[in-house]
Structures are given as structure tokens and as C-alpha cells.
Design a protein around this ligand. Structure first.
Ligand code: ARG
Length: 470
């Protein structure tokens, strides 16, 4: 009789007489993607070894051997020399088995630990690191936008609602709106960091361990500590291995940010059309057409819009994955990582691309001035003018509507209607009614908090510069 294939699973092979089929191995492996966790896994194993030694569960000698071995494995991985083996399923078992070969004491490393609390720990370390990196990039992008706003602080454009010309704003005010959005993203990732900063290690597979471990020690070594340096620990071993809330928070934060990228991209794409021509994009972030020699397409921004769909997809993968799961760990949860890694990598490159493309965007002052010279952008200001003369706003709105209709009917700019014609429609107009259509005046009158006046904008630019210099 053919001898069954030897089971390579030193970690769980004991009760099995046959090895998993090649198909099962390929189906079940996660090392092809979770190897990204290698350094976090090693960080967790170091803490585990040191904790076991502090508690007298393993000897100091065994601990040093394990730590030296982990160092070597880390070097091999960093140098690309580590041999990953699909048959060993995941990053945890690949590392542990390679380690045991060079450091036999590593057979004691998994004492009081399960892959369930191990993977939860690795991922929390990953989220802490990832959310810090994302925050750095968000701040760089905010810096690029603040510079762009400052550089173009003289330029006015129409602001739009329903993609119809609405009211005049500084292009800086528009760009600073994007900065506000990104600052909220920044805060969300700060929140993700806080949520991730809790150590699940020691929860074991589901119900902890009978061994005299000390969870505070490993938590402190890994940096799962509060502002006073005290260990922060999960308080329920079942929740600790089943919980994937940080994953959902991270993916939600990535998705909201990606939606911001997409909306910013849409603004830029519109401004970049020949019809608008408010902004010119650098050659380095645009592409040509293989057929039409004249084309210069804003592909980087279209991709930013497209990537948001992908990142939202990653988020819905994660929500769908956990929604029907009973406590605690189920193997379904292995599928949590591709979604997280993909969203992370895509969010990071989106941040770079947006910063790169916008740092060299150039506004066309002439085109912007042409567009913003439309006097109808100040129709609301005329209604406000009437309010200041004692007319109720609803009434004022109606009068100005009548003037707009007359201007349209006679094909005359609203501010070029004759006094006689205008006063026939609205008897409340004073001799100075045309001054309303002076853009400078209009902007000067918008200097309250949050408004697009020049001084307000300058204040906000100063605020962001100070914020980013911290
Ligand atoms: N590769 C697994 C995952 O990512 C690690 C945890 C495995 N635990 C288990 N009980 N099979 O989810």
C-alpha cells in the first residue's frame, strides 16, 4: 500500500494520518498574502518569548536562543532569502518552523498562544503602523494643497451647485475645502490607531491559557500602552479573537478618504475640460491617445475616481465577511487580509498621485476671470442689497428673479439694464444698485468665519500652515 504523504504541519499534524491534498493546500494557504505581516509576526513572537521567560515558563537561555533566531529570520526576510512554503499555510507557521530549525528552543515559543490571538495581534500592529503612514501622507497632501491655495489666492472662479454657476469664490477657498475633507480623514486614521492599540495576545484560541502568563508584559513590549505607558489589554478572550472592528474602521476610513479623492478628482476633471479650462495639468500625470494626436487626458484623476470603487469594494468585502459569523474565530476570517492590504496599498498610492499631480497644476487666470465675470453670480448679492433696504428676503428674491428674467429676455447683462427698466421691475433699487456687481465688493462682504473673503482665506491658510508645521 502506498504510504500516505507525510504531514508537514508540525504544529497540528499529530492527529492526522494523511496530509492535506495539494488542492486543499492551495485553497487554504494565506502565506502568499499574509507574508506582509512577517515583521509584525516577529515583533509579536519576540514579546511572547520575553514574556514567557519573565514568567519563568521558559528559561532565559531558551529565550535568547529564540530571539537570536528571530533576528536571523528577520534578516533573511529583509534580504529576500527566506523560503516561503505554501504547504505551511501561513506566515505564522512558515516563520515558526524555519525558526525551530535554527533555534530548537522555538518549539516552546507557541506556549500559551494560538494562531487566533497571534493573527489578531499581528493585525493590530499592522493597523497601528499603517494608520501612522497614511496620516503622514495625508499631511503631505494637505501641504501641497495649502501651497496651491496660497499660490493662487488672487484667482476667483464661479462656485457651482448642480454644476450651475452659483456664486463667486476664491479658487483657494475651493482648494481649502478639500483640505478640510482631508483633515477629517486624518482624524479618522488617528481614531483607527487608538482602536488598534489594544493587545489581544494571551487570549489563546478562545479561552486564554492555564499557564501563568502575564499579558501586561507582552503588551508593554509591543507598545500596546496608553499615554502613561500602561499596558492596554482586551478584556474578553472570545471577543479578542473574533473581533474585526478595527478592520472595518480602517476600511471605512480608507473608503471615506477614497470618496474624497474621487470628488476632488471630479472637480479637477471638470476644470480641466476645454470647455472650462480653469486648470492645466502637468504632462507627467496625464496620458495621450494612441489614435488622436491632440489628446491629453487626465487619466491620473480618472483613476483616482476609479480606485475609490475598488476601495469601497474592499470595505464591503470585509462587512460581508463578518456579518454572519458566530463567535469566535472561523477560517473565513483569513479572507480579511487581502481586502485590508489592497485598500491600504491603493490608498497610499492615491495619496502620492494626488499630491504629485496637484503640486504642478496651473490655473489659467484669464479663463477663470472670464467665467467669474458673469454678473448673474451676484444675483443673490442684489437680493441681500434689497434686504438691507428693508425688503423681506422672499420679496427681494422675487424682484431679482424678475430682473434676471428681463435680462435674459432682452439679452442684456443684468447690470447693464437701464435704471428705468430695472426700477419698473423693482421700485426699491437705489441709485447705487449697480455697485453690487463689483466682484471686489462682493468678496469683501464675505469676511465672516468660514466664508470665501480674502482675509478669511488668508487666515485659514495661516491656520493650516501652523497645523502642518507641528
Ligand atoms: N492564517 C490564519 C488567518 O489568517 C491564521 C489563523 C489560523 N487559525 C486557525 N485556527 N486555523 O486567519
Amino acid at each position: 500500500m502506498k504510504k500516505p504523504k507525510e504531514n508537514k504541519q508540525a504544529s497540528w499534524g499529530g492527529r492526522f494520518s494523511e496530509a492535506p491534498s495539494e488542492l486543499m493546500l492551495r485553497f487554504g494557504e494565506s502565506v502568499s498574502f499574509d507574508r506582509k505581516l512577517a515583521f509584525f509576526d516577529i515583533q509579536g513572537s519576540r514579546a511572547q518569548a520575553e514574556m514567557l521567560a519573565s514568567c519563568g515558563i521558559i528559561s532565559e537561555k531558551d529565550c535568547s536562543e529564540i530571539l537570536r533566531g528571530l533576528e536571523k529570520i528577520a534578516d533573511q526576510i529583509a534580504e529576500g532569502k527566506f523560503k516561503w512554503d505554501m504547504a505551511l499555510e501561513d506566515v505564522h507557521m512558515n516563520i515558526e518552523q524555519a525558526l525551530t530549525k535554527i533555534a530548537p528552543a522555538a518549539a516552546k515559543l507557541h506556549t500559551g498562544r494560538s494562531r487566533n490571538d497571534q493573527v489578531a495581534t499581528d493585525m493590530r500592529l499592522f493597523f497601528k503602523s499603517a494608520s501612522l503612514r497614511v496620516q503622514d501622507k495625508i499631511e503631505s497632501l494637505m501641504g501641497v494643497l495649502v501651497s496651491l491655495a496660497e499660490k493662487n489666492s488672487e484667482i476667483l472662479i464661479p462656485g457651482y451647485t448642480h454644476l450651475q454657476r452659483a456664486q463667486p469664490v476664491g479658487v483657494s477657498h475651493h482648494i481649502l475645502a478639500w483640505v478640510e475633507m482631508l483633515c477629517r480623514d486624518l482624524n479618522r486614521f488617528k481614531g483607527v490607531y487608538e482602536s488598534a492599540n489594544i493587545s489581544p495576545l494571551g487570549s489563546g484560541a478562545i479561552a486564554g491559557t492555564t499557564l501563568p502568563v502575564n499579558r501586561e508584559i507582552s503588551a508593554e513590549i509591543m507598545g500596546f500602552t496608553d499615554s502613561k505607558g500602561r499596558a492596554v489589554l482586551t478584556q474578553n478572550s472570545m471577543d479578542a479573537v473574533a473581533d474585526r472592528d478595527v478592520f472595518l474602521e480602517f476600511l471605512s476610513a480608507c473608503s471615506i478618504m477614497a470618496v474624497h479623492f474621487s470628488r476632488i478628482a471630479e472637480d479637477v476633471i471638470i476644470w480641466n475640460t476645454s470647455e472650462f479650462a480653469f486648470v492645466k495639468l502637468p504632462d507627467t500625470f496625464t496620458t495621450g491617445s494612441s489614435l488622436m494626436p491632440q489628446k491629453k487626458n487626465p487619466d491620473s484623476f480618472e483613476l483616482l475616481r476609479g480606485k475609490s470603487a475598488r476601495i469601497i469594494g474592499d470595505m464591503s468585502t470585509m462587512f460581508a465577511l463578518v456579518k454572519g459569523l458566530p463567535l469566535t474565530y472561523n477560517r473565513d476570517l483569513q479572507e480579511d487580509k487581502p481586502a485590508v492590504f489592497d485598500a491600504y496599498e491603493q490608498a497610499m498610492i492615491c495619496l502620492d498621485v494626488l499630491a504629485g499631480a496637484l503640486s504642478r497644476a496651473e490655473f489659467n487666470a484669464k479663463k477663470c476671470a472670464e467665467a467669474v465675470s458673469d454678473p448673474l453670480l451676484l444675483a443673490t448679492d442684489l437680493a441681500d442689497y434689497l434686504v438691507m433696504r428693508g425688503v423681506a428676503f422672499r420679496q427681494a428674491h422675487h424682484y431679482v428673479g424678475g430682473l434676471v428674467a428681463l435680462a435674459e429676455k432682452t439679452n442684456t447683462p443684468i447690470n447693464k439694464l437701464s435704471d428705468a427698466d430695472a426700477k419698473k421691475v423693482c421700485p426699491h433699487l437705489g441709485g447705487d444698485w449697480r455697485e453690487v456687481f463689483d466682484l471686489n465688493r462682493a468678496m469683501k462682504m464675505r469676511e465672516k468665519v468660514g466664508m470665501p473673503g480674502k482675509k478669511q482665506t488668508a487666515k485659514r491658510i495661516a491656520h493650516w500652515k501652523k497645523f502642518l508645521a507641528k
